[in-house]
Design a protein around this ligand. Sequence first.
Ligand code: HEM
Length: 536
Amino acid sequence: AQDAVQDFVIGHGGETHQNAGGTHPAMTGQTGVVIADDENSLKAGERGPVLLEDWNLLEKTQHFDHERIPERVVHARGYGARGYFEVTDPLKGISRAAVLSEAGEKTPVFVRFSTVGGNMGSTDVARDVRGFAVKFYTKEGNWDLVGNNIPVFFIQDAIKFTDLVHSVKQEPDRGFPQAQSAHDTFWDWASLTPESTHMLMWIMSDRAIPRSFRMMEGFGVHTYRLLNDEGKATYVKFHWKPKLGLQSVIWDEALKISGADPDFHRRDLWESIAQGNFPEWELGVQLFDEEFAKKFDFDVLDATKLIPEEIVPVRVVGRLVLDRNVDNYFAETEQVAFCVSNVVPGIDFTNDPLLQGRIVSYVDTQLSRLGGPNYQQIPVNRPIGCPVLNMQRDGHMQMGAQKGRVSYSPSSLEADTPRTDPKRGFTSFPEKMEGDKLRIRAESFGDHYSQALQFFNSQTEPEQNHIVSAFIFELSKVETLAVRKRVVAQLKNVDPKIAERVAKGLGLEGEVPEFPTKVTVKTGLQASPKLSILAN
Ligand code: HEM
């Protein structure tokens, strides 16, 4: 039909009609009634007013009027694809989760990559963190590993997330800039938040301008816990390593690409999957126990720190392959809801105070973004391969045909009511808790600079130059001189030589004050000055 020169008939007023026939089924309204004419509204007389009883006009228009839903409050711009995860080295005896521990287990996945700060219509190649969110539809329920392409984060405590994001997003009075950086509010906040220093180094590095989603690493960031059949716990950090290796563009290219093709990354992903060049990542884990964790000179519950790979090597346990583009961008990529709280038996949280806040935030925002408590029933969010049976009922957009009179437990009236299963069910690690109720940051979270320097040192000379140039470029856009100086003062705590180079680029030599810092005594396991953190 696409090749037909005349695939339509001309109507009474010269308008075109495409009618059903051949391979084309009949068009219907929402109730299934076949539509006879979709080109003309119902009128009183040929040139008369339109009638209110034209339900097809009303339905079509009203549906359109409600087509948009709120964009995500962060990570608004993203792109998704489907595929599978396959276990290659099962974590038998370490986690009871089938998705990680059963040899050859193949689990369907939905993955969404994203930028963080820009709005939905912003450019793909912005200098920004990239989200790397994976929904595993395991046979024991959905597990969402909601990570980023950078292994650390800006903050240590969820209570600061609102401030971080408000500083990053467009300024509230003017509605711009949309960029992650290059504005006064972000740098004002960062300059007063020493814990962000390590992440700033990564954000100013080439990692923040990837060449392609297919060439990025991914990280769970937080320390999670794995639990085996006996309930024994092992700490874990998750890593995604791209088969194509790590590749970035340089800043000059990023600017040109952003102008020429703001869809650069999504186009690249779509085309490579459509052409059968399926992107692939290895899933790696760093495993260690409580005793080992105590030896580090930083806290494993602090999301601004990474675990050096030279101390705890990454063990590859599986592979992720993306082999199918979405059928519908809105239904799948927009409506997918990744929740940090979606875990399966054998995978558990830790007391990382950033992680704890995330457990609440995702569900909360999705309740409004996706219109109420039944968003897990949207096909892209629904578990595959295991039933969903409980006593939850009703609510907006309820799709489940829940049968029977019993919607409570305990009950005795029906023989097929779902009941709990202590053996197969999710259980939390019985961590011993005691302490005073305090609003406090642990002292073990106090070193904000060592890993920032180790990261800088791990970069090649051209990469180090890119970091310095990025600081100079970004800060040169900041109007408030005191903010520029404060960032350089922070850098002095990382390494006076880096600070000097940035100060020189900004014409601030000799003008930068000291930024007060807490001196931390290092006693634990330390990484060498050059941290081995690079992919492959
Ligand atoms: C998206 C909150 C930290 C990765 C989101 C969303 C919220 C949120 C509200 C939008 C979700 C939606 O509308 O569906 C928070 C809070 C954080 C935090 C409160 C800290 C307290 C992090 C960190 C990471 C991360 C540390 C990486 C490890 C992501 C990703 C998405 C996202 C990848 C996009 C998911 C998607 O593609 O739909 N976050 N976030 N966030 N967040 Fe966070």
